[in-house]
Design a protein around this ligand. Structure first.
Ligand SMILES: CC(C)(COP(=O)(O)OP(=O)(O)OC[C@H]1O[C@@H](n2cnc3c(N)ncnc32)[C@H](O)[C@@H]1OP(=O)(O)O)[C@@H](O)C(=O)NCCC(=O)NCCS
Length: 170
């Protein structure tokens, strides 16, 4: 499985078609999906979600990466990048979701920093954004730990969200 990045506790790697069970475990979890636009996904929707990740690797060269715990030797979430057309501009979003058993240990921040570094230094991107619900304090802290700053408020699928952003340093 091709590796994207390795940190002290994590390996970020490409998802594969046999990761469908863990995608379902993540995307069907009510706590994980509390702030999401869609809400928890059923198994069919999770299959479609994984298919879209795999298709986007082919069309864009990036998408969400599986976050693998070295200690537990399993995938514990994902972190990576989604393409959006926002207010007439192409934007790349940094996204992260971990299973609740792994929250509060600095793991999402560790994954987000690795994915941000990969985006700027391997993918050649020069700007990332993150959509964050105003009451999602954990997500704000993860974005801030990678250097993101609050830029503005917008609407995404008709819901108000904060846009955090980070430009690559020259
Ligand atoms: C957001 C999420 C990825 C954070 O994961 P995590 O591994 O617990 O994050 P970290 O341990 O790296 O914590 C980051 C910071 O948030 C803080 N934090 C964690 N949970 C918090 C909470 N519920 N309220 C306030 N702060 C919180 C931590 O103390 C830490 O602060 P610090 O940087 O000052 O030390 C996880 O909560 C999650 O998957 N949530 C559901 C999905 C989601 O909302 N994703 C973001 C939008 S795509």
């Amino acid at each position: 499985m091709p590796t994207i990045a390795e940190t002290d506790r994590l390996i970020l790697r490409f998802f594969e078609s046999d990761d469908v069970d863990v995608i379902y475990e993540i995307m069907s979890n009510r706590q994980v999906m509390k702030f999401s636009i869609s809400g928890p996904l059923n198994r069919k929707q999770a299959n479609t979600f994984l298919d879209s990740i795999l298709d986007t690797y082919t069309s864009k060269g990036f998408s969400l990466w599986a976050v693998h715990s070295k200690e537990d030797e399993r995938v514990i979430g994902f972190c990576g990048h989604f393409f959006h057309r926002l207010e007439g501009k192409d934007e790349i979003e940094l996204v992260y979701r971990l299973l609740p058993d792994y929250w509060g240990q600095g793991l999402a921040s560790e994954a987000a920093r690795a994915a941000t570094d990969y985006a700027f230094n391997q993918l050649g991107l020069d700007r990332l954004i993150s959509f964050i619900a105003d009451n999602n304090e954990a997500s704000k802290r993860v974005a801030e730990s990678s250097g993101f700053k609050l830029e503005r408020e917008t609407h995404f699928y008709d819901k108000p969200v904060l846009v955090y952003s980070l430009e690559k340093k020259a």
